[in-house]
Every structure is written in C-alpha cells, then in structure tokens.
Design a protein around this ligand. Structure first.
Ligand code: CP
Length: 309
C-alpha cells in the first residue's frame, strides 16, 4: 500500500484489509504504553483537509499521526483562502506544493477525494465523501467486531437506518461481505438504495426480521442535514419503527453487540440508555479508530524497512 490512495473499501482486496487489521493490532499496543509515541513517521507531514465537520475522524487522524511522530497540519476551511473563492482543487494543489506525505480529505460531495487524488502527488485518504464511502470507519468497525467476536466470517451483521445516504453503510457492506459475514440492512423503503441486493446484502423493512439472530446490530445516524423531508414522515415515527431499544434488541442474539459510528441522536436511532448498555461497543469503535488510522498512515506513508521503535 506504500504511496497509494485509500479512497474506498470497494477497491480493497480481502488480503489488504487483513493486512491493515493485523497492523492495527500492533499499533494498539503503542496506544497502551505510558509514552504513546514511536518514531516511525518522524519527518513525514500529514495534512488533514476537512471541508465538513468531524469530531472522531479528524481527532483520531491527528492523534494517530502524532503517535507515529509525524507533523500533522489541520487545514481549517473557515480561515482559508476558500473564503476568497479559491477552488477546492487549487487549494489542494497549493497544499501539495508544500510536499506533504499524505493528505486526508473529507468532503460533503461524493467523489471529491478522488478528484483531489487525481491531481495530487501525495497519496490521499478518504475520510468520508458525501454518501459514497468512509473507508477508515469500516476498517475500525471490522477491527472492533473481530476483537469482540474473535472472527468476522459467518457472523450476521444488521445495519439499521438511512442506508441510502450513509457512506458508513456502503463501506461496511463492502467490508463485511469481503470478510465473509452475512449483511442485512433494515430501513423504511425510501432509505433503501435501488438494487442494493446486487451488493450481496439482504434488505428488510421489518426491524424484527432483520434483527432475528443477529450477532452485530449497527445503528446509523438519521442525517437531518441530508434529508429533505421526503424520506421520513417524522423522526418520531422512525424511532418507533426502527429505533433500537431494550425491546427490539431482544430479537438479536443474547450476546449481540451494538455499534454506532457516531455522532448519536439519542432517543432517535438508539434509545437513551442503549448507547451506554453493557452490549454497546461505541466507545471501543472510537478507541480502535486511532489504531486503524495509525495502521493506514504507516502502510501508506511509512517505509517497509522502518520498525515500530
Ligand atoms: N464517525 C464519524 O465519521 O464521525 P465524525 O463525523 O465525528 O468524524
């Protein structure tokens, strides 16, 4: 993967996913030390180019880069020359001229990281683009499930929510299917993409049927910023029909885990207490995100002969 872009899970072979997960195991060990820093990427520069808000992804790319001793620059759109009408591509080319080793891009429009990657010499990591893909989120979700369940192959993963607008759902569908899981989706009909079965998933409009015997329940955020009102009669109705609470969780296996990429709308897609329920692994997902992003940065920006120090 040295020097290559990471734009989506769709493009990754199972072998590459295995390699990232294996590398993340070693990176997690660094995070468990008192001094959480190794010299692996000393002298390398990582630019976080986020055109859309983020808490988890931006912070964990920054922490991951710093734990590997890279210099990390967080580009702020609000105080940049974008405000003077400089284009996104000119902004990216300008930053590229400063010779970063990796550029991490988030944008609200699908395909922008690819367009930037096409004109940059530095490799680009997609940190989420519109409703297209969020590859490092799916990798941290795969990592979390494998750590909790000991395997992915043969598990039943049920993803509940706005599949149509969710880059997290799309990347997770690709990832879990490549790793041998059965993937089910559950949503109101307008939130199920056309011909989604061609991706290899089973689509349900009944939450109970979708959760029956599931090992993993992944709730998605209702994205008010991407909904026009035509997809949902009301948030209250969505919550009553597709919200995960103690009652609906009983349809899944007794040892099912509950996941959510965050940010959570408590009381909408998850009942207030479910995020803190003993079966919830939501904060494990956040923690594991640092190890996954360290692994991805190392594999893309590192040199094979370097050790973890
Ligand atoms: N899961 C996720 O992408 O969260 P942020 O938007 O906070 O980065």
């Amino acid at each position: 993967m040295i020097g290559t872009d990471l734009l989506g899970i769709e493009d990754l072979e199972r072998e590459s996913i295995e390699r990232i997960l294996h590398t993340a195991e070693r990176m997690q060990e660094v995070g468990n030390r008192v001094v959480k820093k190794v010299p692996t990427l000393r002298g390398r520069t990582i630019v976080n180019l986020f055109f859309e808000p983020s808490t988890r992804t931006r912070a964990s790319f920054e922490i991951a880069g710093k734990r590997l001793s890279a210099d990390v620059i967080n580009f702020s759109t609000d105080s940049s020359s974008l405000k003077k009408a400089e284009s996104i591509l000119d902004t990216a080319r300008t930053l590229d001229a400063m010779d970063p080793d990796v550029v991490v891009v988030r944008h609200g429009v699908a395909g922008v990281p690819k367009r930037i990657a096409d004109v940059l010499s530095a490799p680009v990591i997609n940190a989420g683009d519109g409703a297209h893909e969020h590859p490092t989120q799916a990798l941290l979700d795969l990592f979390t499930v494998r750590k909790r369940k000991g395997r992915i192959d043969g598990l039943t993963i049920t993803i509940v929510g706005d599949i149509l607008h969710s880059r997290v759902a799309r990347s997770n569908i690709y990832g879990f299917i490549k790793m041998g899981a059965e993937v089910r989706i559950a949503a109101p009909p307008p939130m199920i993409p056309a011909a989604v079965e061609t991706l290899g998933v089973k689509a349900f409009t009944s939450l109970r049927e979708a959760l029956d015997g599931a090992d993993v329940v992944m709730a998605l955020r209702i994205q008010n910023e991407r909904l026009s009102g035509t997809y949902l009669p009301s948030v209250r109705e969505y919550s009553a029909t597709f919200g995960i609470d103690r009652e609906t969780l009983r349809y899944a296996k007794d040892d099912a885990i509950v996941m959510h990429p965050g940010p959570i709308n408590r009381g909408v897609e998850l009942a207030h207490d479910i995020a803190d329920h003993q079966h919830s692994v939501i904060l494990d997902q956040v923690r594991n995100g640092v190890a996954i992003r360290m692994a991805v940065l190392y594999l893309i920006a590192g040199r094979q002969e370097r050790s973890f120090g």
